[in-house]
Design a protein around this ligand. Structure first.
Ligand code: NAP
Length: 478
């Protein structure tokens, strides 16, 4: 029997579909799962889609693979991933490649890569986005790990990845060790921000214009034909148009308003704090999910907290809808700009040399944040690979400027009406902070010097200074 070109261990929803994707693309795939039923059911249900080699034991699995072996591990992140790697490694040879395609936290990937490198095994942490359907039909793949492993792995992954409209595979070597999982993490963080912004647009249209979810769904479907064209807008339109079969109400009205999270948003924000990367949109989105889940606190507050809000008085309904669309677009540009800044900050910190334009390219299809917008980001980095921020690219600077008055109107209307719009408003504050001539940071430096002698710099002289606050308040050079 011919040996397999690739192996997949871990055949739950993701691994099963990835294995099918490999087989459908002409690869012979060795398949293994801790409990063999999942392996048997894959072959029973889909064996006709291509060449599978079913393996009951890890030893059979390893023996079924051509050398150097390429093994995709698709199991639960954390301990289970370590358990599988520990069981595999004694069976492997130098030069073999292990690809962790699960949602690992990037410091774990760095640790695993360093440990396996010592044993001569290539360890590739690969972010895979697109959910179950993406895994089967073409995900966006973000592999990290040693560059030389990509020579073997690249052509295989590129074959099964989604393809952008211009035919480019949505897969590229991101950078060494944990770079792939890092970029996938930020992708998910941006996804949090995007979802929150869309949620806020929904709230504003609902509260401001008294529209039904279905009517808002129709507006989103219309937006999906323009600049905002994206998977997330499309999905939102579908959700809003759905009627609950039990009650006849809009489905969104019978769903409990507590947003769950699996942790990638939190990881993104934690890393951003470490890197000093101000991803305010992602942070607001992550905290907004946390607030939504504070049920007892929300109930207590609802009884007590005053609103002192005025109703929306919107005469120009079409104008308001357009304002919300423009505010959403501008806030979205900010959220993506911040995510790309965080990638750059990590790339500098860890020496990954990540090409941000390539990241925009591989997110154009296959992944959850796929959008027409990513073509614009790709073009922006093609114009200038070293952009200080996406916001200064001429296309985005103009696009945001065009919607700026609308953005300010929407944020102030939301504040006056007492409708929470944390991501819209923090994005606008971020934008204004970037363009401000002077920030109140000078006051903070004064405060710090007053109570902690932390010193400050002057605008008109080199050096570091301290005022003798508890003395005669003269300034000394520190
Ligand atoms: P999952 O529910 O996260 O994991 C189940 C798989 O892990 C099963 O194959 C299970 O084997 C195996 N497993 C668990 N503990 C194990 C251990 N100690 N030793 C060996 N195998 C073990 O599966 P999933 O939803 O398909 O996700 C797989 C990975 O992809 C995860 O890291 C997930 O975060 C990531 N991911 C998921 C999605 C998604 O949309 N679901 C999207 C992107 C990435 P048994 O069958 O024997 O229990």
């Amino acid at each position: 029997m011919a040996l397999a070109q690739i192996g997949v261990t871990g055949l739950a929803v993701m691994g099963r579909n990835l294995a099918r994707n490999f087989a459908r693309n002409g690869f012979t795939v060795a398949v293994h799962n801790r409990s063999p039923q999942k392996m048997h059911s894959l072959i029973e249900d889909h064996g006709s889609e291509g060449e599978f080699i079913g393996c009951e034991s890890l030893q059979d699995f390893v023996d079924a693979l051509a050398q150097p072996r390429t093994i995709v591990v698709m199991v639960q992140a954390g301990g289970p991933t370590d358990a599988v790697i520990d069981a595999l490694v004694p069976l492997l040879d130098k030069g073999d490649i292990i690809v962790d395609a699960g949602n690992a936290h990037f410091p774990d990937t760095r640790r695993r890569e360093a440990a396996l490198r010592e044993q001569g095994i290539h360890f590739v942490g690969a972010g895979v986005s697109g959910g179950e359907e993406g895994a089967l039909l073409g995900p966006s793949i973000m592999p990290g790990g040693p560059a030389e492993s990509y020579e073997t792995l690249g052509p295989i992954l590129e074959k099964i990845a989604a393809k952008a409209e211009d035919g480019t595979p949505c897969c590229t070597h991101v950078g060494p060790d944990g770079a792939g999982h890092f970029v996938k993490m930020v992708h998910n963080g941006i996804e949090y921000a995007d979802m929150q912004l869309i949620g806020e647009a929904y709230s504003l249209l609902r509260e401001g214009l008294n529209l039904s979810p279905k009517e808002i769904g129709d507006i989103f479907a219309d937006w999906n034909t323009g600049d905002l064209d994206s998977f997330l807008i499309e999905v939102t339109a579908e959700v809003l148009k759905q009627t609950d079969a039990k009650t006849g109400k809009p489905l969104v009205d019978v769903i409990v308003d507590e947003a769950g999270q699996k942790g990638t948003g939190r990881w993104t924000v934690q890393s951003a704090l470490d890197l000093g990367a101000p991803v305010t949109g992602i942070a607001e989105a992550t905290f907004a999910r946390a607030i939504s889940s504070q049920r007892a606190q929300r109930e207590a507050a609802r009884e007590v907290l005053a609103a002192n809000a005025s109703d929306f008085h919107i005469k120009d309904r079409a104008g308001f809808i357009e304002d919300v669309r423009l505010a959403l677009y501008a806030s979205k540009v900010v959220a993506y700009a911040q995510g790309f800044d965080q990638i750059q900050a990590a790339s500098d910190e860890y020496g990954w040399d990540i090409n941000r334009g390539d990241m925009a390219k591989i997110w154009r299809e296959g992944c959850i944040i796929r959008a027409r917008f990513l073509d614009r980001i790709t073009e922006a980095y093609e114009r200038d690979a070293d952009l200080a921020t996406l916001l200064v690219d001429p296309y985005f600077a103009d696009a945001v400027a065009g919607g700026l008055s609308a953005w300010r109107r929407v944020v102030s209307q939301a504040a006056l009406a007492g409708v929470p719009a944390p991501a819209f408003s923090s994005s606008l504050s971020y934008y204004d902070s970037l363009r401000a001539e002077r920030l109140p940071a000078a006051v903070i430096q004064g405060q710090r010097d007053f109570f902690g002698a932390h010193t400050y710099k002057r605008v008109d002289a080199e050096g570091t200074f301290h005022t003798l606050w508890s003395g005669d308040r003269t300034e000394v050079e520190a």
